[in-house]
Structures are given as C-alpha cells and as structure tokens.
Ligand binder design. Structure first.
Ligand SMILES: [Zn+2]
Length: 338
C-alpha cells in the first residue's frame, strides 16, 4: 500500500493541475500498470527532486490509528501505560483535539483498553471510526464492510456521546479496489454524516513495533538502536516525499494529515518525531481545520487496489509514471531479533 514510487518529469503548473482534476473520470489503467512495474520507469529521480522548494512552515494534523490496541504489548507494558505516555508528549507540545481512530473489537472485554480510551478522551483528545474489526476493503464485500463500520458506532457513542466522531479512516487507506465498492462505501459514509480522514503523510510507523518487541525480549540493545535510527530516517524520507508529491499533484503543498499508530514504539519515538517536525518548521492544526483545504473535497473517482493517500489518488488519476525512492527497510525489520 505504501507509495514506494516517485514521479518523474517536469513540475506542473497550477493550471495543469486544475486541468488534470477535470480529467478524473478517465481510466488510469496505464498509470496503475506503471505503478506496479517500477522497472518500466526511466532515469534517476534525484536531480528532479532537488528543484522542489518546500514551504518554510508546512501545517500538519497528527492522527493515531488502531486506537486503543495498536501493535503488541511488550514485556509488562499496558495500554494505559502507552496512552499515558502518548498523552504526556502531546500535552508537552500543547496539542489537544488529536484524533484517535478506534477499532471497537475487544474493547468490551478488556478493562485496560476501556481505561485507555477513557484517559484519551479525558485528556481532551477525540475519537473517530476506523471500523470495528479492521477489515481490508480490497478483500471485503462493500455490504460487509459497511456493516463493520456501523458496528464500531456503539463504542464511539458510548465513550464519546457528545463528540464529533463522524470521521472515518479507511484501514490500510483502501478506499475500494473496484468502482462499485468505492462508490458504495463512500456513499454510505457521506450519507451517514461522515467525513473521510484523508492522509497526506505516512511512513508505516507501525512496522517498527513487532521487531521492537522482539528486541526488547532479547535485550538486544544494538537492535533497538538500529530501530530508533531507521525509524527516524524513514520518517524524514517519507515526510519529504509526501510533501514533494503534493507539488507534483496539486502545484503546491497543502495542509497535511500525518498517519501514525498508537503503538508502544511510536509512543517511545514521538518526542524525537516532534523534534523533527519542529525542525522542519511544521505548525500543528486540528484535522477539521486542515481538511477545509479544497483539495480534501476532491473525489478522484478512481479505485486504487492497495489504497493510498489523497495525493496518491490524484496522481493515479493523472496517468503519471513513477520512480522508486529510498524504500522502507522491510526485510531487515522482518528478520531483526528473530
Ligand atoms: Zn489501522
């Protein structure tokens, strides 16, 4: 699902971007094929990328997925322990109203999860819908998927009866691998008062949590050190790429939504991640304010198997070809501390 590819070619003007929006309904089979076959894309991208001029003060809304049970519980950690550390760091940065996207599955049977949710809301944070059981829409019939979205609502209503929880984050960012599924689910969401919590920045932060648990269990300090370093390198790389992609897709940067997960490891790394964002001049805003940007109201209509950010959706609809960029170290993450 990750956008491990970079676009090539000249930078578009705003006028070109607008012209492309008018062409959304056109099939993007060629673009999809190009994405799946990076070997078909010519030339190195680095020289192109150096021409990007990034904003001095980009804007970002932080969001956390898979609340309240993201990733594993390592050693004698608890969900309450994780959420307490997360809240402390957000408060230290004067951040309130951050959205956590909830999967209700298992909450009813686990007092630790229940208390974690209560603490999150009591700290002034928000919750949104991430489906009940985290299905992948590519593998699920629209009717069953919609049922799973609705099944999450009793938990949201119980924990935040007066809250603005009608925000939906698609698991795996999969909005439908066929037009029929995409339109059915989107139609249900909009018809039931939901806004779609789109994403512009995503660095697969949750992929570091399982190896972290294994390295902790083995007391492998060198392994943990590598995880910390590679997490930050990956974050910096993907955040930069996410911003550059916007210039290609929209002609300019837009206010961002950063996808994170409420895992033990991301909670550990959050102070360093905040430092990185501050060093790049980021200002922070609530998602409700960020998504007032008209780009977030775009509907590219195109199904994307495997899902993607709003930027990926627009680029996909533009029939553009892409190049590989520095990828996530998935193989080492998979074998570390085994
Ligand atoms: Zn998720």
């Amino acid at each position: 699902m990750s956008p491990n590819l970079r676009i090539i070619g000249g930078l578009p003007t705003r006028a070109i971007a607008i012209a492309v929006f008018a062409a959304f309904a056109v099939s993007s089979v060629a673009a999809t094929l190009a994405r799946q076959n990076p070997a078909a894309s010519p030339g190195p991208a680095k020289s192109v990328l150096r021409h990007f001029h990034l904003e001095r003060h980009p804007v970002v809304a932080l969001t956390f997925d898979d609340v309240p049970a993201a990733g594993g519980l390592h050693l004698d950690e608890t969900r309450v322990g994780i959420v307490t550390r997360l809240i402390d760091e957000l408060k230290a940065n004067h951040l309130r109203g951050i959205y956590g996207f909830v999967n209700g599955d298992g909450v009813g049977e686990d007092p630790d999860l229940q208390q974690a949710l209560h603490l999150w809301l009591a700290a002034g944070m928000n919750i949104g819908n991430h489906t009940f059981s985290h299905p992948a829409l590519d593998d699920t019939a629209a009717e069953n998927y919609i049922h799973d979205i609705a099944a999450d609502e009793p938990t949201l209503r119980e924990y935040d009866p007066a809250g603005d929880w009608h925000w939906f984050r698609y698991p795996y960012l999969e909005e439908g691998n066929t037009s029929q599924k995409r339109e059915a689910v989107r139609g249900w969401l909009l018809g039931n008062g939901y806004r779609i919590a789109q994403v512009t920045l995503n660095f697969q932060d949750d992929d570091w949590d399982d190896p972290y648990g294994r390295c902790l269990a083995k007391h492998d300090q060198a392994g943990i050190q590598w995880l910390e370093q590679s997490y930050m390198e990956n974050a910096a790389e993907f955040i930069r790429m996410g911003r550059e992609e916007q210039i290609v897709a929209f002609g300019h940067e837009i206010p961002n939504v950063l996808l994170l997960h409420e895992t033990d490891f991301t909670t550990l790394m959050l102070p360093r991640l905040m430092k990185l964002l501050h060093s790049q001049g980021f200002h922070f805003a609530p998602i409700s304010k960020v998504e007032r940007d008209p780009i977030y109201a775009l509907d590219p209509y195109e199904p994307i198997p495997g899902g993607g950010s709003i930027t990926n959706q627009v680029l996909n609809a533009r029939h553009r070809s892409y190049l590989l960029f520095k990828p996530e170290p998935v193989e080492k993450l998979d074998r570390l501390c085994k």
